[in-house]
Design a protein around this ligand. Structure first.
Ligand code: TA6
Length: 294
């Protein structure tokens, strides 16, 4: 399989397919400036985004499951067509299905691009009775631009929630803040999605935090003053932003986290959660996230 993948989509050192953990195939992208991205075909799950000096800006749990039967814990799992719990598996099913490459390119700009796709199957239709295609377009440079595209291949419209469930690596949680969220309505998932208003200029972490910020600004910032590191997140066509840190007890209760995992990441997830997106037959809808760092 790797030979075929590399024959059709490999590009020198820019795009290489290798056996990842659990012998699951993954692609490694390297751009001209030395940034690196790793993405598993399983779930089209980005698991690493590294600076030229090798610093991983994403968090991957040391206990992540690579059996190919559970979601990979960390990186950027994709949420569709359901956010959180409900009639479908948690966060939907595209992160637990095998995607296939559709296109790869090393661009004149020095950026590297890879497109993965997933179409409906008997398995997905048994869960969600619609014909669809989803694509993840990853473009790597000093920024990581991910475009998520949904095409309705059915004869009836469908509605969905979606999110890029990004685990950002941090160094010292006590010195991390997320801004600007003051004044926004948030749904508190630690209190059965109770609605409340954010009063803090800077959202900091000292207990379990699991909030859907509704109609959040299109650019959010994570600062870790201990490094220092500043991550910028710009979202397009995604209304909301979910901020999650499980803190001590919730972290211990999640088997594919290490006990101290909560100290090493903050999730800031661009998405459409509070309201669903509807796509008519034959229509294509897309959203985009750009993340950068200084
Ligand atoms: O995005 C926050 C959240 O919905 C949390 O409530 C927590 O469940 C997290 O996602 C991880 O969900 P998962 O299904 O990946 O364990």
């Amino acid at each position: 399989m790797l030979t075929e993948l590399n024959r059709h989509y490999g590009i020198g050192e820019s795009v290489v397919f290798v056996d990842g953990n659990g012998k699951l195939p993954k692609a490694i992208l390297r751009d001209a400036s030395g940034h690196e991205l790793e993405v598993y075909l399983y779930g089209s799950t980005i698991t690493a985004w590294k600076t030229p000096k090798g610093r991983d800006l994403l968090y991957l749990s040391p206990k992540a499951d690579f059996s190919g039967e559970k979601p990979i814990r960390g990186g950027i799992p994709l949420v569709f067509p359901q956010f959180g719990g409900g009639p479908l598996p948690s966060h939907g099913f595209i992160r637990i299905n095998q995607w296939l490459p559709k296109k790869s390119a090393a661009l004149p700009s020095g950026e590297v691009e890879l497109v993965l796709g997933l179409s409906d199957s008997e398995k997905t239709r048994s869960l969600w009775p619609y014909a669809f295609e989803v694509e993840l377009i990853m473009r790597l440079s000093s920024k990581l631009v991910t475009t998520f595209r949904v095409t309705n291949k059915d004869k009836k419209e469908f509605a969905f929630q979606n999110a890029l469930h990004t685990y950002f690596a941090i160094n010292d949680l006590s010195k991390v803040e997320v801004t600007p969220l003051k004044g926004l309505t948030f749904l508190d998932s630690t209190k059965n999605r109770e609605a409340n208003t954010e009063t803090r200029e800077k959202v900091v972490f000292s207990s379990e935090t699991d909030r859907v910020y509704v109609k959040a600004p299109n650019t959010l910032t994570i600062r870790d003053y201990s490094l220092p590191l500043t991550i910028s997140i710009t979202k397009h066509n995604m209304q909301d932003a979910v901020v999650w840190n499980p803190w001590i007890d919730r972290c211990k209760a999640i088997p594919d986290f290490a006990p101290d995992s909560f100290q090493k990441f903050v999730c800031v997830e661009s998405g459409n959660v509070a309201e669903t997106i509807t796509v008519k037959p034959g229509q294509t809808w897309e959203c985009r996230q750009e993340i950068g760092y200084v």
